[in-house]
Design a protein around this ligand. Structure first.
Ligand code: NAP
Length: 294
């Protein structure tokens, strides 16, 4: 049997960033709009600092203004909510992202709910979650949006496909399931209490893995000819060298069974920031009554 086609998330994300840059330039020239994205970073977690820096760099590359707001790790919820309220009312800001995780003692749900839903470019506000499940326009979470774009790069239509989503988190599994449902798939969500997860997954034409369990999805979980999207990003020790980055799927084994598969790294990962930039432009246009640009 021939090997699966590898879905090049890096190239697809680069294409999307290019379209975002063109649209940002068009908005500047035609409408005098410079879209703006604010990031709230609480505490000094090095990984979070790196993510925020990468997002600022990505904004600069496509012509979106970025604003970084740092708060000390021991600030209280009230101080964060005060900043959110200020950014909600700031006309230069079209998107607000709150870098997660927040320090212990701060309820991320409370902070997310305080965001203006029209600026909630992560798509985590309950209003946007509701829009997603109702199939209404809202702001769609970035990683799930990336998953759908990757699927659409290999499938003209997803209608009628058996889709299985492994994982039911608020940020990946559930929104991915909602998007697949909106695309007329027959959707099953598998989680840690599912009986015989492998047998359920073997039914899937479309398998999306988001469990955070390195290489747990083996060849026996995959239907021949399926499309496999691996959301997992797991760092595993590599004997004194740089930790290895692996997904939730045993790539080498799955590649011999599936028809198409995303690699880790270079699959879903690059799509997330590209979709964040896209959401920022969508938010900028909607706030001004302009049609969705991308
Ligand atoms: P999470 O909040 O830990 O959720 C994991 C989900 O997997 C839970 O719903 C859990 O079920 C389920 N699960 C765990 N073990 C399972 C098993 N043996 N069989 C079936 N289901 C099982 O993780 P997450 O935030 O969704 O992230 C998942 C993975 O995606 C992680 O590796 C993360 O690093 C990665 N990720 C990547 C990106 C990206 O940009 N590419 C973005 C976000 C996350 P229960 O609900 O029953 O506990």
């Amino acid at each position: 049997m021939s090997e699966a086609r590898v879905i090049d998330g890096k190239a697809i994300a680069a294409g999307l960033r290019g379209r975002v840059a063109e649209t940002a330039a068009m908005l500047r020239e035609r409408h005098r709009i410079t879209a703006g994205l604010a990031a709230i970073l609480v505490g000094d977690d090095p990984a979070s600092q790196l993510y925020v820096r990468n997002k600022a760099r990505a904004c600069a590359e496509v012509g979106i203004a970025s604003f970084e707001h740092r708060l000390p790790g021991d600030c209280g919820t009230a101080q964060i909510l005060e900043l959110v309220a200020r950014l909600n009312g700031d006309g230069r800001i079209d998107g607000i992202l709150v870098q997660l995780p927040l320090p212990r003692g701060i309820d991320p749900g409370q902070v997310m709910t305080a965001l203006d839903p029209a600026k909630d470019v992560d798509g985590f506000h309950p209003m946007n979650v509701g829009h997603l499940w109702r199939g209404e326009p809202g702001l769609i979470p970035c990683t799930p949006q990336g998953v759908l774009l990757l699927l659409r790069s290999v499938h003209d239509s997803l209608s009628g496909s058996e889709a299985v989503v492994l994982g039911r988190s608020q940020i990946v599994g559930r929104p991915v399931a909602a998007l697949l449902l909106a695309a007329d798939c027959t959707v099953t969500i598998v989680h840690s209490k599912t009986r015989d997860a492998a047998a359920v997954c073997r039914r899937a034409d479309i398998l999306v893995a988001a469990t955070g369990r390195p290489a747990a999805v083996t060849a026996e979980w995959i239907k021949p000819g399926a499309t496999v999207i691996d959301v997992g990003i797991n760092r595993i020790a590599a004997g004194g060298r740089q930790p290895l980055l692996v997904g939730d799927v045993d790539f080498a084994a799955a590649r011999r069974i599936a028809a198409a598969i995303t690699p880790v790294p270079g699959g879903v990962g690059p799509m997330t920031i590209a979709c964040l930039l896209r959401n920022t432009l969508i938010a900028a246009c909607r706030r001004r009554g302009l049609p969705d640009p991308l």
